[in-house]
Design a protein around this ligand. Structure first.
Ligand code: PHE
Length: 358
């Protein structure tokens, strides 16, 4: 038994002396591992007579448990110390001021997104969101696209693999499904703005498979086309920071609006320089219209009681026009030189009183 007591004392001392977790593990293996001292003693039990084996065995287990306990305690102490050490070393001072030499910048899409939200926010619009992966109902059917209607192909839809019930989800082809989600989940009066990513299988000089739109939706009991025009006029002047921008509403077609219009704004071009405002030319910037009665019905609203308008703007398009960015595809190339040139300062948050993007 003396032997065992010495062994326990020696092992305990080794455990207490282990300076770190790796050293502690070595001590553990040397004591309790397959070829450890405790394990070797255990094996010697076989050669003893039954009486002796019982007494020795019990004593042995006591020592083994005691050693194991000491190891666990030491491990907890060492782990706590290691954590404390990390906390001390990885400490950062969040009160330090931002470093002006930092090279990060805000992408023109994010900036434009924030500017549009700030302008419509001022008019009382709340931001609404929907998923990038949509079902057929929200992306098409509820928006009055008849089944097998060519308009569904007009959108060059990305379809997801067929599901067990035969239906296919899509990458949303526009932000208009957020209209449906909003009307199904909120009661009028509704005034929402839905910025987000949209997808169409199209890629050339003026199309990228992923792009951004901002959807606007207003539903109330006496909403009319005059409200739509006033609202868009206000937006265009605030966004382009130009007074009295001429606007032209050209008749158009969307399944989910009736009447529908495409909106042009006045501009002039001199020596390849584009200027928004009174001029001799027109520039198309968005699609809009009065929400179709079928869409209202699909959302459980009575068209005899509620009307409204909707519009959809391409974010890249208006960013290009305002900031003189000539090529759409450069938005998504992550070229650092481009980002440094067209990017915005992180602290330059768009506000109407601050003149939005400076
Ligand atoms: N969803 C249309 C598109 O992507 C744009 C739009 C939105 C038109 C709302 C009218 C009203 O082409």
């Amino acid at each position: 038994m003396d032997d065992l007591e010495t062994l326990r004392a020696e092992l305990t001392e080794a455990v207490e002396a282990a300076p770190d977790l790796a050293a502690l593990d070595e001590v553990r293996v040397a004591a309790l591992g397959k070829k450890g001292r405790v394990t070797a003693l255990m094996k010697s039990l076989g050669g003893m007579d039954p009486e002796q084996r019982k007494a020795f065995g019990q004593e042995m287990n006591r020592v083994k448990d005691a050693v194991a306990r000491t190891i666990e305690q030491r491990r907890a102490t060492l782990e706590a110390a290691a954590l404390e050490d990390r906390l001390q070393h990885e400490r950062i001072d969040v009160t330090l001021s931002a470093r002006p030499e930092g090279t990060g910048s805000i992408h023109p899409i994010s900036q434009t997104w924030d500017e549009v939200v700030a302008i419509f926010g001022q008019m009382g619009f709340a931001v609404a969101e929907g998923p990038d992966i949509e079902d057929d109902f929200h992306n098409f059917t509820a928006l009055n696209f008849p089944p097998d209607h060519p308009a569904r192909e007009m959108h060059d839809t990305f379809f997801l693999p067929e599901r067990p019930d035969g239906s296919r989800h899509v990458l949303r082809t526009h932000t208009s499904p957020v209209q449906i989600r909003t009307m199904l989940s909120q009661k009028p009066p509704i005034r929402v703005l839905a910025p987000g990513r949209t997808y169409r299988s199209d890629s050339d000089m003026t199309h990228t498979p992923m792009f951004h739109q901002v959807e606007g939706l207003v539903i109330d009991q006496a909403t009319h086309m005059g409200h739509l025009k006033g609202c868009l006029q206000e937006f265009v002047e605030a966004y382009f920071e130009v007074d009295d921008v001429p606007m032209r509403f050209r008749p158009s077609f969307f399944p989910f609006t009736e009447p529908s219009a495409e909106v042009d704004i006045g501009c002039s071009r001199k020596d390849g320089d584009l200027r928004i405002g009174a001029g001799d030319d027109w520039l198309e910037i968005l699609g809009c219209g009065m929400v179709h009665p079928n869409v209202l019905r699909a959302c459980g609203l009575d068209p005899a009681e509620y009307q409204g308008f909707a519009f959809g703007v391409g974010l890249e398009r208006i960013a290009m026009l305002k900031y003189g960015i000539p090529d759409l595809r450069t938005f998504f190339e992550s070229d650092l030189r481009w980002l440094r040139h067209y990017g915005f300062g992180a602290l330059d948050v768009p506000t109407l009183h601050g003149g939005l993007g400076r």
